[in-house]
Design a protein around this ligand. Structure first.
Ligand code: HXC
Length: 510
């Protein structure tokens, strides 16, 4: 018996060594952790249960029968993050470059199937040279099976991708269909075609980092939801994110112990909005002052800064926040900000996460670039996303809520449940100056008259009371009491049940 047990340990030891000391050293020299080290840091200590440690490919082309490493370049299994179950796969670049064989893909599919069946998130750590070249179409078939599972799992269990090395060609489309992608600066990249092909086809010269590195995707393309300095930081932040999320779409988000009085009053908020309506202020300050313990997990921080998206907790319960940011482009809505917020709203709705919307929006960004690139269609995404969301929706207008953007930003008309406004709110078709210039065009030459007309318009409309008279605003609240009012609003909505008419699926403008 002892020999049998020793044999098991011997084989396990071989599997644990991955591609061997030299390749592990090379991995470390690039500033990257190994697949196993990553899993250990991601999960609670000692919680990892591995599957298919001894699985090996069955390819015999290109003498591959002589190179059949245990595990076949990916480590799979489940474990816990702060006690809650997650499934994980971690590609091992030290084994055949982490390349995806049919067997490798089967291992990923197995844990994805289990995750959907058992209702737990899937976290994929990507570090791979792509399709296993020796396997040809068998590898592509494997990818296809993973893609199909990404699609079926979407909206059922949260799917999170960490890109921690190469991820190129069609392989990018698996992470692309997950809910969140996080990348590591200087050691990861994602692109459909690499720098060499780009050079040949378009004659552009670009490095892998420039073409598809973490900064490119976090700032320019918005493919990535966050970029981190190193593996350790990225893994730690994903643990933090998972703490905000429900395990699946049938479960409520987790409730954490909280040490922050929901009745907390913050007098500094009374002076957050400057006297001059054209002077910006930092909407993040309001988010942090509303949140339990000032804890905010921001999504897509580096992209479309004119809108802020992320998670906070109120009375220990997760809330998704969407907020216009007056500090960037005056908080205007445009193509990028509408797309960013729409996707976030849809994630929250799919996973029963209530949405808090903080509004200070002067309208949509004008310009040929916006119109030519389809601001109509992209702006409609956010409108659609809010209107179809059936989760509790609480809105606070702090200052401007003009025109179509007023309606879009979770207004009463899109079934906002509780809509508050600060006394500094201006809810109108447009700003007073613009309105006066249209209404009194014939008086434009007379500066005094126009100033007087502008003042009249401001007095009549640059306030929340016209909307409040009509019930479009439920209450005008003191800024200082925002946390208390918002917490109570969400508490009142915990039993909310609302359904859209039956349909196969909607046809959101894409
Ligand atoms: C088989 C691969 C491999 C692959 C890497 N290796 N990629 N083996 N299939 N796709 C092996 C290498 O032969 C090498 O083995 C080991 O992994 C490490 O690779 P290196 O090249 O030494 O590492 P590095 O210099 O860091 O370069 C990494 C790399 C490069 C840039 C990823 O390996 C590379 O260009 N690989 C090919 C990428 C590719 O074209 N893949 C197909 C993309 S298309 P030894 O034994 O020498 O250590 C695709 C389609 C998916 O993926 C379609 C889905 C529908």
């Amino acid at each position: 018996m002892k020999d049998i047990l020793n044999e098991l340990e011997r084989r396990r030891e071989i599997a644990r060594q991955g591609g061997g000391a030299k390749r592990v050293e090379s991995q470390h020299s690039k500033g990257k952790l190994t697949a196993r080290e990553r899993v250990e840091l991601l999960l609670d200590e000692g919680s990892f249960e591995e599957f298919d440690m001894f699985m090996a490919h069955r390819c015999t082309d290109f003498s591959m029968q002589d190179n059949r490493p245990y595990g076949d370049g990916v480590i799979t299994g489940w474990g816990t993050i702060n006690g809650r179950q997650v499934y994980v796969f971690s590609q091992d670049f030290t084994v055949l470059g982490g390349s995806v064989s049919n067997t490798h893909a089967q291992k990923i599919c197995k844990i994805m199937d289990m995750a959907v069946q058992n209702g737990a998130p899937v976290i994929g750590i990507n570090d791979s040279g792509g399709a296993r070249i020796q396997e040809g179409v068998d590898s592509l078939a494997g990818y296809g099976e993973v893609f199909q599972r990404n699609i079926e799992a979407s909206g059922v269990v949260p799917q999170i991708s960490l890109i921690m090395g190469p991820c190129a060609g069609g392989a990018v489309y698996s992470p692309a269909m997950t809910d969140f992608i996080f990348m590591v600066r200087d050691s990861s990249y994602m692109f459909v075609t690499g720098p060499d092909v780009v050079k040949t086809v378009t004659n552009e010269q670009v490095t892998a980092e420039e073409l598809g590195g973490a900064s490119t995707h976090a700032r320019k393309s918005s493919v990535a939801d966050g970029a981190f300095e190193n593996d350790v930081e990225a893994l730690y932040e994903v643990r933090r994110l998972v703490d905000f999320l429900p395990l699946n779409n049938r479960e409520k988000p987790p409730v954490r112990p909280f040490f922050d009085d929901p009745e907390r009053i913050d007098a500094s908020l009374d002076t957050l909005v400057p006297d001059n309506p054209n002077v910006p202020y930092d909407m993040k300050e309001l988010i942090l002052k509303i949140a339990d313990e000032g804890d905010f997990f921001e999504i897509q921080q580096e992209f479309a800064g004119n809108i802020i998206t992320g998670f906070i907790r109120l009375e220990g319960q997760t809330v998704g926040v969407v907020a216009n940011q007056p500090m960037v482009l005056a908080g205007v809505l445009d193509i990028d900000s509408a797309r960013k917020a729409a996707r976030f709203v849809r994630f929250c709705d799919a996973f029963e996460i209530p949405i808090l919307t903080l509004v200070d929006v002067p309208g949509f960004l004008p310009g040929t670039s916006q119109e030519y690139n389809g601001v109509i269609k992209h702006g409609a995404k956010l409108l659609f996303a809010y209107g179809e969301a059936t989760v509790p929706k609480v809105t606070v207008i702090t200052r401007k809520a003009y025109g179509g953007a007023y309606v879009v930003m979770s207004s009463k008309h899109l079934r906002g449940d509780i809509n508050y406004a600060w006394p500094t709110s201006e809810i109108a078709v447009m700003g007073a100056k613009g309105a006066t210039e249209i209404l009194y065009r014939s008086e434009l030459g007379d500066a005094d008259k126009i100033a007087q007309r502008t003042k009249e318009y401001e007095d009549a409309f640059a306030n929340p009371f016209v909307a409040a008279e009509r019930g479009f605003i439920d209450e005008v609240i003191q800024p200082r009491s925002t946390r208390r009012r918002v917490s109570r609003a969400f508490a009142a909505l915990r039993g909310k049940k609302r359904q859209m008419p039956w349909k196969k699926h909607d046809n959101i403008p894409l």
